[in-house]
Ligand binder design. Structure first.
Ligand code: BEZ
Length: 256
């Protein structure tokens, strides 16, 4: 597995990711059903994070390897699952030694820009007839959260993410020789861990680019104002619920 060096703008704390945001891979289990992995199949987990779903895939008898742009995540994955193969690689330009039967990707591709590069890399790495099964943020994902931060900061266009519509992403896949056999945009309100602190924790873990340029004091002020803004719609007195929308897609590499 090879890739160019990547400088991710989002910093990741692998311990905090595992202890407070386990919903990321718990929801990913449904995507494994869609993939329907078979014993002996070669699967690449693209953006494997700390490796929980890579391990679940491997338990089906498939031969699985995981790649992620973040070395902290890969180190944590390799420590927990020493029997599996992990590597640091960039979704935009990874290469495989041999084409794989399937590429699986959960909750990652909204971070990857430009998206064309990731789709090109996926198409290159698949065997003809191979399957690409992915889920990530779709059009409208976390729109209320982003909108509240932009309102409080009185700034627009703060979102660092790629949240495409069904037609936009299907066309992108088709342009690169991947035939879309299933696609859906699914509202999935997502409860956040840690009670009253849930939204602030989510923003610190995943939304650091929405908070970029703020001093520690100003960050806390913005977080309190964003919470005040969203509390009536997103907090039930015990738990915050984020307005997630997933784009779920299955595509098959054309044989000609
Ligand atoms: C998501 O999984 O939809 C997501 C996660 C972090 C930031 C933005 C979106």
């Amino acid at each position: 597995m090879t890739s160019e060096t990547l400088q991710p703008q989002q910093s990741w704390d692998a311990d905090r990711y595992q202890s407070q945001h386990s919903f990321v891979w718990q929801y990913g289990a449904a995507l494994i059903d869609l993939l329907n992995p078979q014993p002996g199949e070669h699967i690449l987990d693209l953006g494997c994070g700390t490796g929980q779903l890579t391990n679940t895939l491997a338990e089906t008898g498939a031969t699985v390897s995981g790649i992620d742009a973040n070395a902290n995540m890969i180190n944590a994955a390799q420590r927990q699952y020493p029997q599996l193969s992990f590597a640091v690689a960039d979704a935009c330009n990874f290469q495989v030694d041999y084409p794989v039967d399937s590429i699986f990707s959960n909750a990652v591709l909204h971070w990857v820009k430009p998206p064309e590069r990731a789709v090109q890399a996926v198409a290159r790495a698949l065997n003809p007839g191979g399957k690409f099964v992915a889920e990530f943020g779709g059009k409208g994902n976390v729109q209320k959260i982003v909108g509240a931060v932009e309102t409080v900061r009185q700034q627009g266009n703060l979102s660092p993410w790629y949240f495409p519509s069904i037609s936009e992403y299907a066309q992108l896949l088709e342009r690169h020789g991947l035939e879309v056999t299933f696609v859906a945009l699914i509202d999935r309100p997502t409860p956040l861990d840690d009670g009253d602190r849930g939204l602030a924790n989510w923003l610190k873990m995943f939304g650091s680019q929405l908070l970029a340029g703020l001093s520690p004091n100003d960050t806390e002020t913005v977080l309190r104002r964003v919470e005040a803004h969203l509390r009536p719609q997103m907090y039930d007195g015990h738990q915050w619920t984020a307005d997630y929308r997933r784009l779920r897609v299955v595509a098959v590499k054309q044989t000609h």
